[in-house]
Design a protein around this ligand. Structure first.
Ligand code: HPA
Length: 285
């Protein structure tokens, strides 16, 4: 994919979105497994299935819808991404991250990204929500970064820095909302892997040793592209299972377990997102 092909791809996708709704976006909300219900609260909702947008991949993962829901949420023009695609589904990283680039082109300056993750920090339990303070992009560190290839200067700088990739002010806002709502919000570092295999116990011990508190199969690529584009990012992980440090530590993780824990996590995560959006509305006015 060269620069003009990428710009053309973004342009055609934006054109398809604008043909349905020309309303500018302020915030992109990426909903992970089992969190689709926030989209029900959008007023004047317009739904655009990903299969109507040129270049968009279709999600094959269970629990992922595959559409934008555009409208107003607590007074802010938002686009909710119901269902994301993952690298493990076989799509190239430019395609995994295309929705973020479209969101930026539609005017979004902030991305709230959520995911399901395995807990590595032993203070975490299944059902917890973790505020992402930083990430370890294991795909990127091993040569699969979505920004590899010719840089498009009109989208962002060649060497974007990833310090405070998760916006300190938004983190503070989220922590205050959680406190106010009586939610025990954990904090930590998210390690992003490709999946689709869950980790071996040796890999979990490795991840713990390098400073990861949680592990998952998404998010880092979207965050890299959002930061490249100058967007502010708030990241939240739902801890759906405790990652095993040894083979005899308990039941192995399963996708069912992930979806089940999502039911406990969803109300907390949604309360934090709701509070964060409300604060953004208040602050902008
Ligand atoms: N590992 C990787 N990804 C995950 C996990 C896990 O244990 N749980 C939910 N997503």
């Amino acid at each position: 994919m060269n620069q003009s092909e990428l710009l053309d791809m973004i342009g055609r996708a934006v054109g398809a979105v604008r043909a349905v709704s020309d309303q500018p976006w302020r915030v992109l909300v990426v909903l992970g497994s089992g969190l689709g219900s926030l989209a029900d609260e959008v007023s004047g909702a317009i739904r655009i299935p990903f299969h109507d947008i040129p270049g968009f991949a279709r999600s094959t993962a269970p629990g992922h819808g595959g559409r934008f829901v555009i409208g107003d949420l607590f007074g802010l023009p938002v686009a909710i991404m119901q269902g994301r695609v993952h690298f493990y589904e076989g799509y190239p990283l430019w395609q995994v991250t295309l929705p973020v680039r479209v969101a930026r082109a539609m005017g979004a300056h902030t991305m709230i990204v959520t995911n399901a993750a395995g807990g590595i920090n032993r203070a975490f339990n299944a059902g917890d929500v973790m505020l992402i303070t930083d990430h370890i992009n294991l795909l990127g560190l091993t040569g699969a970064n979505p920004l590899i290839g010719p840089n498009v200067d009109s989208l962002g700088a060649r060497f974007p820095n990833m310090i405070n990739a998760y916006d300190p002010d938004l983190r503070q806002q989220a922590a205050e909302v959680a406190r106010h709502e009586g939610i025990d919000l954990k904090e930590g570092v998210y390690a992003g892997l490709s999946g689709p295999t869950f980790e071996t116990p040796a890999e979990v011990r490795f991840l713990r040793a390098i400073g990861a508190d949680a592990v998952g199969m998404s998010t880092v690529n979207e965050v890299v592209v959002a930061r490249h584009a100058g967007m502010r990012v708030l990241g939240l992980s739902g801890i759906t299972n405790v990652a095993r440090l040894s083979a005899d530590e308990g039941e192995p993780p399963s996708h069912e377990e992930v979806l089940q824990a999502g039911k406990v996590i969803a109300p907390k995560m949604l309360a934090i997102i709701r509070g964060a959006l409300k604060r953004m509305t208040t602050r902008q006015s």
